[in-house]
Design a binder for this molecule. Sequence first.
Ligand code: UDP
Ligand code: MG
Length: 346
Amino acid sequence: MIEGEQKITGRRGGTVEENRKKGILYIVVPCYNEEEALLTSAKSLLDKLGALRESGIVSEKSRIVFVDDGSRDKTWELITQLYHEHWEITGLRFAHNRGHQNAILAGMLYAKDYCDYTITIDADLQQDINALSLFIEEYESGSEVVFGVRNSRNTDGFFKRLSATVFYKVMRFMGANIYENSADYRLMSAKALDALSEYGEVNLFLRGIIPDIGLKSSVVHFDVFPRMQGESKYSLSKMMTLAADGVTSFSIKPIRMVFGMGILALLVGVGMVIHIVYEHYFGYTIDGWSSILMSIWVLGGAVLLSLGIIGEYVGRNYLETKRRPRYYFWDVLSHDNTQSGGGENL
Ligand code: UDP
Ligand code: MG
């Protein structure tokens, strides 16, 4: 074999190691009704990207991809305006609201054909953008995935903090391989994105799926600031859906728990039969109505709960087998992705 033939070449020719330095970065930003925050955030991101470009850390071809998750306010108009003003801005638009996880995924899968790596960050820039260079350093030293882990939750309200703590504890207990306090502020190399694109599930929980890919990864700690503009777009029902997706897409433990509960209920039932037979012969059967009532409630409860959990999995199976598309782009605004700084619009 000719020497050099074994070298793995990257997307831009050259070896993977050569391409790691000054790679093409695509920053992916999901946006849902973010008209208040968008312009400020875009300015900070453009400044940051400009600085990274000028200091030779990222390639001139690096971009910012805003994914409009079916917003009902002026978000898309603002993205269109930003696209016309800045060659490095790309806009993708969903026909309707498909949720944060789908928006991130769409942005990353769109970007993977043009970039060396993506970093996802929320549109409100609550996550410290100064950590971007730390993510890039980790990528350059060989990590395919870099997880952002938040330093503290001081900026969250009591309820959000409590629900997040319970959520991560439950997820770990259920067997999902997930970093506590990990956010969707994350770097993924094109290779990791190729692997991710093979995962076909509709119920998406990226924080659980990505560690499952198993490529070399590392962690960056970052600070979280309070939201400056607008309100949280993560309603309670959106958080509950995310939690349900997280648990059911990663573990069959709930089904096992139902099985355990069934055995327990059966044992109690046997005990009750012995008790009833005993009472029948040696006691007053009429007194037994309270225990019968109790067992009806206990068993009724157990049966209902079990049905609920099984139903949850059946329901998810139903959704998965339909293989519906996860999202559909209504609009795509992109300057020539092969062009670098000062593309056709300048
Ligand atoms: N988001 C989205 N689709 C949704 C809800 C939220 O794309 O259905 C985006 C939102 O625009 C933001 C990110 O997801 O960029 C995180 O949302 P938010 O900051 O409101 O959540 P929080 O920080 O309160 O958890
Ligand atoms: Mg936020």
